[in-house]
Ligand binder design. Structure first.
Ligand code: NAI
Ligand code: MG
Length: 353
């Protein structure tokens, strides 16, 4: 087995945590006997923008070529490049051009990570948020009329297609069917949003019929956010539209502690395009350059990537190594009250594999 992977560190602490992610990937490759063909790219970064006047070269797709996955750090350096320019010019291009229609984030309480919700221990919170990543509320359909006048009107449409809704629901039900509890929760708001959300609910019922082994329920988004905080144990797989999923996929990891450990996948499940794996956090300009960033989000993203590529055993070994290292104060970085720097933590996880 050989995997070709585009490695894109990006900006700030992306450049510090990426070498640790790669260190752990290489350790897993040695242990489990697969080969990695890693191509490092300096584009999709604000440094590249300052040199070339654009976040990525016009032919970025050709330069990346045929890869099995993209491994991404973080992008953004607001002092020199506005965030909407850096984000639209890089990550959002990947998501759209590669049709990464699932945004997948685990919400799992890890050992050694103080839980902001009182009384929870590792094992209590363990679920996935599946966010629709290409349509829904984030459409560019709408208009702005009579700007600056008293007759000013703005509107923006939600666009849901049966194709787009069904494919993300099917992914979520399939994920639930592979889990022990086999339960899916759908985020809705069909009491208030009376056209698109009833359609979403209706498609949930239709796809549910394809997965008789999966139980399901639905919550309106307002009470669902409350339940994330009050009763996170009750969730297994949570599926949501683009906007609701955006909110839930930040709230979920926040309920389990530091942003430094959370990973994510932007996934094209059909395999027609490569998927992209990245930590949830950004470039953290406030701590960049000090070598103290927590590399676990990047390393956990590596585990998700290997799982996606079919290396389930290697992915599980990385997760076990993360848990072992986070259990000791000497293995944790400063954001978790430990004494390790970025490199110590990455090395300890790689060695544990
Ligand atoms: P951020 O995630 O970079 O930082 C938020 C806070 O969390 C900071 O105090 C930071 O020091 C801390 N933090 C983040 N990651 C950490 C880690 N691995 N270890 C220890 N502490 C960590 O979010 P912020 O400050 O809002 O954004 C900074 C830049 O990153 C902006 O340009 C933003 O657009 C970009 N960004 C990029 C993302 C991406 O590449 N997917 C996601 C979020 C933000
Ligand atoms: Mg968000």
């Amino acid at each position: 087995r050989r995997y070709s992977i585009a490695v894109i560190p990006g900006d700030g602490i992306g450049k510090e945590v990426m070498p640790e992610g790669v260190r752990v990937l290489e350790a897993a490759a040695r242990r489990f006997g697969f080969a990695l063909d890693l191509q490092w790219h300096d584009f999709a970064s604000c440094d590249y923008y300052l040199k070339h006047g654009e976040m990525m070269p016009q032919d970025w797709k050709a330069r990346i070529g045929k890869v099995d996955a993209l491994f991404f750090g973080a992008v953004g350096w607001p002092d020199t490049v506005p965030d909407h320019v850096s984000l639209w010019g890089s990550l959002l291009q990947f998501r759209r051009e590669y049709d990464q229609y699932v945004n997948l984030r685990p919400v799992r309480l890890m050992p050694g990570v103080p839980c902001p919700l009182a009384g929870r221990k590792p094992g209590d919170i363990d679920f996935w948020v599946v966010r629709e990543n290409t349509e829904g509320e984030y459409s560019a359909v709408g208009g702005h009329m009579f700007p600056g006048t008293e007759r000013e009107i703005v509107m923006q449409e939600t666009v849901m297609t049966r194709f787009g809704v069904d494919r993300v629901l099917r992914y979520a039900f399939d994920l639930a069917s592979k889990r022990e509890r086999g339960h899916l929760t759908s985020a809705t708001k069909s009491n208030g949003i009376a056209i698109t959300m009833p359609f979403w609910d209706q498609r949930v019922e239709a796809i549910a019929a394809e997965f008789p082994g999966v139980t399901h329920d639905k919550y309106h988004i307002d009470i669902l956010t409350a339940q994330f905080v009050l009763n996170p144990q009750r969730f297994d797989v949570v599926v949501a539209s683009n906007l609701f999923g955006d909110i839930l996929s930040d709230l979920g990891p926040a309920c389990t502690g530091t942003i430094g450990v959370a990973p994510s996948g932007n996934i094209n499940p059909d395999g027609t395009h490569p998927s992209l794996f990245e930590p949830v956090h950004g470039s953290a300009p406030d701590i960049a350059g000090k070598g103290i960033a927590n590399p676990v989000g990047q390393i956990w993203s590596a585990a998700m990537m290997l799982e996606h590529l079919g290396e389930a055993e290697a992915a599980a070994a990385i997760m076990a190594a993360i848990e072992a290292v986070l259990s000791t104060p000497a293995g944790r970085t400063g954001d978790l009250g430990g004494s390790a720097n970025t490199r110590d933590c990455g090395k300890a996880i790689a060695e544990s594999i």
